[in-house]
Design a protein around this ligand. Structure first.
Ligand SMILES: NC(=O)c1ccc[n+]([C@@H]2O[C@H](COP(=O)([O-])OP(=O)(O)OC[C@H]3O[C@@H](n4cnc5c(N)ncnc54)[C@H](OP(=O)(O)O)[C@@H]3O)[C@@H](O)[C@H]2O)c1
Length: 257
């Protein structure tokens, strides 16, 4: 990818929740494109495996564990990455939680606060700590992994959908505030992807059958199929794009039913 707008040589990226799933695929692809990558999740051991793989393949990765729900750990992630690599060019806010499955009005305050804290407030923390230094250099890209759950209603994961819709709004406002300083902020909204996060959905055969029947591509996604869009948004290939959301869902939100 050298000498193409997708080249990330010299860039530094943080990817939250990159020990597995979409985050891992994204970290690995950014590294392949030349970025130095901070691999992060709650579990250092799982991150180490990913970073070791990147380094063994000739890339450059370090591990900084961080629970995105804890402000002190988010601060340590940004500070640690900046100290080690000198800057942050690409911030991928990928980690998210969904501790509740059921009717929206039955959710406990605790579960609702956990969802909003991890999926929305932590993205503000990460952005507040990373964007000003990007703006100082006049260049940076923030990518928030939202969900088509933020575009559609749900009878079982409504609160998660609220948090993911909030991410679209967060992205649009940050794009407006920081665009004049050269920092771009975009979202990706995946449909159902085969990861641990959505295991309950794709392991249920009846549900999977229903879902794939209404999906034009007739299947669910793989983490690598989201990572390509992360790489695009991280790179100069998307230099005129900000405040937007890329939907990657096999066509399910566009399909006639
Ligand atoms: N899979 C889908 O169908 C789907 C669809 C739409 C959107 N998404 C979005 O895609 C993103 C990634 O999900 P995924 O499907 O790749 O999930 P995944 O495979 O389960 O991976 C989740 C990652 O986040 C980390 N993590 C979980 N809680 C965390 C916390 N509190 N602090 C820091 N890291 C945490 C996990 O590692 P540790 O356990 O070590 O912390 C892991 O690295 C999420 O934003 C999710 O909402 C997923």
């Amino acid at each position: 990818m050298k000498n193409t707008p997708f080249d990330l040589t010299g860039k530094v990226a943080i990817v939250t929740g990159s020990s597995r799933g979409v985050g891992r695929s994204s970290a690995e692809l950014l590294a392949k494109l030349g970025a130095k990558v901070v691999v992060s999740s709650r579990k250092a051991e799982a991150c180490k495996e990913v970073a070791d793989g990147i380094n063994a393949a000739g890339g450059d990765a370090i591990v900084i564990p961080c629970n995105i729900a804890r402000k002190a750990e988010v601060e340590a992630l940004i500070a640690g990455a900046t100290k080690h690599y000198g800057k942050i060019d690409i911030l991928v806010c990928n980690a998210a939680v969904n501790p509740y499955y059921g009717p929206l009005l039955d959710i406990t305050d605790e579960a609702f606060d956990k969802i909003m804290g991890s999926n929305v407030k932590s993205n503000i923390w990460l952005s507040a700590l990373a964007i000003p230094q990007m703006a100082e250099r006049g260049n940076g890209s923030v990518i928030i992994i939202s969900s088509i759950g933020g575009l559609r209603g749900s009878t079982v994961i409504g609160a998660y959908g609220i948090s993911k819709a909030a991410d679209f709004a967060l992205c649009r406002s940050l794009a407006g505030e920081w665009g004049p300083k050269g920092v771009r902020v975009n979202c990706i909204a995946p449909g159902l992807v085969k990861t641990d996060f959505a295991r309950a959905l794709w392991e249920d055969e009846a549900m999977l059958k229903r879902r794939t029947a209404t999906t034009p591509l007739r299947r669910i996604g793989e983490p690598d199929e989201i990572a390509g869009a992360v790489a695009y948004l991280a790179s100069d290939a998307s230099s005129f794009m900000t405040g937007q959301t890329i939907v990657i869902d096999g066509g399910v939100t566009t399909a006639a039913v």
